[in-house]
Design a protein around this ligand. Structure first.
Ligand code: APR
Length: 176
């Protein structure tokens, strides 16, 4: 059943460094302090420059599952949407609901800021240990659901940082 036939046309899967993408907004997999870290958080902060840290400090943190927006500063992207994914602790601590909320919140913040094109990294699947096979299906289904009611989001890019991750996303996409 091709329930999301139209919405799937607005999703792209790429292997890339998210800091290089010229989209309206890139999403950062941050922590609750919003004061930077390693992984994609570290890459985004070093590419955006020190103004990003100052802007983040002014936001006074972000709860897991929620999202906040800043300018992109020296990044090619106009905005950074910072979201905080759950730390995976076996799956019995509402991790899937919290991860779903990251995608929902980030897309809602995008719509509220006239963002039409947005790129996501694979939230929580690095340091936070969320198994990517499950996490990518949450990413895809939540995004398809959101796109079905929001034509203003014209393109969502899932950015994979390895060929392995890209293959996992590609396989998952065939299930929708
Ligand atoms: N572009 C795209 N994806 C990237 C990049 C990049 N430049 N760098 C890393 N990634 C990928 C990782 O390979 C992984 O698939 O982003 C995904 C998320 O991994 P992490 O960055 O470790 O994020 P997460 O698992 O959500 O952990 C968040 O890590 O860096 C700290 O401050 C951050 O405490 C927070 C925690």
């Amino acid at each position: 059943m091709d329930q999301y036939k139209e919405e799937k046309k607005r999703i792209r899967l790429v292997r890339a460094d998210i800091t290089k993408l010229s989209v309206d907004a890139i999403v950062n997999a941050a922590n609750e302090s919003l004061l930077g870290g390693g992984g994609v958080d570290g890459a985004i902060h070093s590419a955006a420059g020190p103004d990003l840290l100052r802007a983040c400090a002014a936001l006074k943190g972000c709860k897991t599952g929620q999202a906040k927006i800043t300018p992109g500063f020296q990044l090619p992207a106009k905005y950074v949407i910072h979201t905080v994914g759950p730390v995976y602790r076996g799956g019995m601590n509402k991790e899937s609901e919290l991860l779903a909320s990251c995608y929902q919140s980030s897309l809602a913040v995008a719509s509220h800021n006239n963002v039409n094109t947005i790129a996501f990294p694979s939230i929580s699947t690095g340091v936070y240990g969320y198994p990517i096979e499950e996490a990518c299906r949450i990413a895809i289904v939540e995004t398809l659901r959101y796109l079905s009611g929001h034509s203003e989001i014209t393109e969502v890019t899932f950015v994979c940082f390895s060929d392995r991750d890209l293959k996992i996303y590609e396989r998952a996409m065939t299930e929708f």
